[in-house]
Design a protein around this ligand. Structure first.
Ligand code: NAD
Length: 260
């Protein structure tokens, strides 16, 4: 699975899953735009990739800002010479019971996950159609694209929504050689999850160890966290797969928490 001469734009790539995807794509030969709300974090990742002789740029971007997303994609095309792979991965988590969820937090979470996916996909689609080279779009879903959990109303709603967006892009993109697929990870130890452990312990009235064992990993086959590398290897498969045979699909990477 190689990505030589391909250009990838990865959002949320300053941290966690997105950072590992940027590294794995670079190892596979791609030039990488490391896009994130956190410009210093993005620059640190891009600088590390450049030290390993990858063509990489850091792009500070808020994926909920239409003009900023369009400018970020345009800059990537201008500086790296095209766009072949989009990974729409930036995300946040806010946990609370539905009855206590503020409307502002609901809208904030949906904006990052859904507006962010739409805006990056639209900008990427325009470039991929114009170039005639097609491309691959990968959306970061979750087991919560398939299942529900308490305390996560907007997150579960957004992650289910991404499954629909993926399928529409697979249909609309086919004529242009554009594929779209969804990755659905189980729990991965990243800052996004580390922040939730004490929050869930407080909301559910249990210890942090119990959150890990009895909430996060309870339904897995082996009590193990999924790793950033597990997710990045699936992202590589979707990016490098050479035909429309693999489009409109989702792959769950969760130690068996959810089985299709
Ligand atoms: P993370 O917190 O480590 O990284 C998320 C990155 O997204 C951060 O660098 C952050 O700055 C960036 N970001 C946030 N809002 C942004 C915005 N508006 N514009 C641009 N960048 C923004 O989190 P992670 O665990 O690596 O999560 C990455 C994705 O994986 C998310 O979509 C998340 O929902 C999904 N996911 C995570 C897990 C898990 O267990 N960690 C499981 C399933 C799915």
């Amino acid at each position: 699975m190689r990505l030589d001469s391909k250009v990838a734009f990865v959002t949320g790539a300053a941290s966690g899953i997105g950072k590992r995807i940027a590294q794995v794509y670079a190892e596979a030969g791609a030039a990488v735009a490391v896009a994130d709300l956190n410009p210093q974090g993005a620059e640190a990742v891009a600088a590390e990739l450049r030290r390993q002789r990858t063509r990489a740029i850091a792009v500070g971007v808020d994926v909920t800002n239409e003009a900023a997303v369009d400018a970020a994609i345009a800059r990537t095309v201008a500086e790296l010479g095209g766009l072949d792979v989009l990974v729409s991965n930036a995300g946040i988590q806010i946990v609370a019971p539905l009855a206590e969820f503020s409307f502002a937090d609901w809208k904030k979470l949906l904006a990052v996950h859904l507006d962010g996916a739409f805006l990056t996909a639209r900008a990427a689609m325009r470039r991929m159609i114009a170039s005639g080279r097609g491309g691959s779009m990968i959306f970061m879903g979750s087991v919560h694209s398939k299942e529900a959990s308490v305390l996560k109303a907007p997150y579960v709603t957004a992650k289910h929504g991404l499954a629909g967006l993926t399928k529409v892009i697979a249909k609309e993109g086919a004529a242009h050689g554009i594929r779209a697929n969804l990755i659905c990870p189980g729990f991965v130890r990243t800052p996004l999850v580390d922040k939730q452990i004490p929050e869930q312990a407080k909301a559910l009235g249990i210890s942090e160890q119990e959150v890990i064992k009895n909430v996060m990993l309870k339904e897995t086959v082996d009590g193990e966290f999924t790793t950033v590398d597990d997710v990045a290897q699936v992202a590589l498969l979707f990016a490098a797969f050479p035909s429309n045979a693999l489009t409109g699909q989702s792959i769950v990477v969760s130690h068996g928490w959810f089985m299709q």
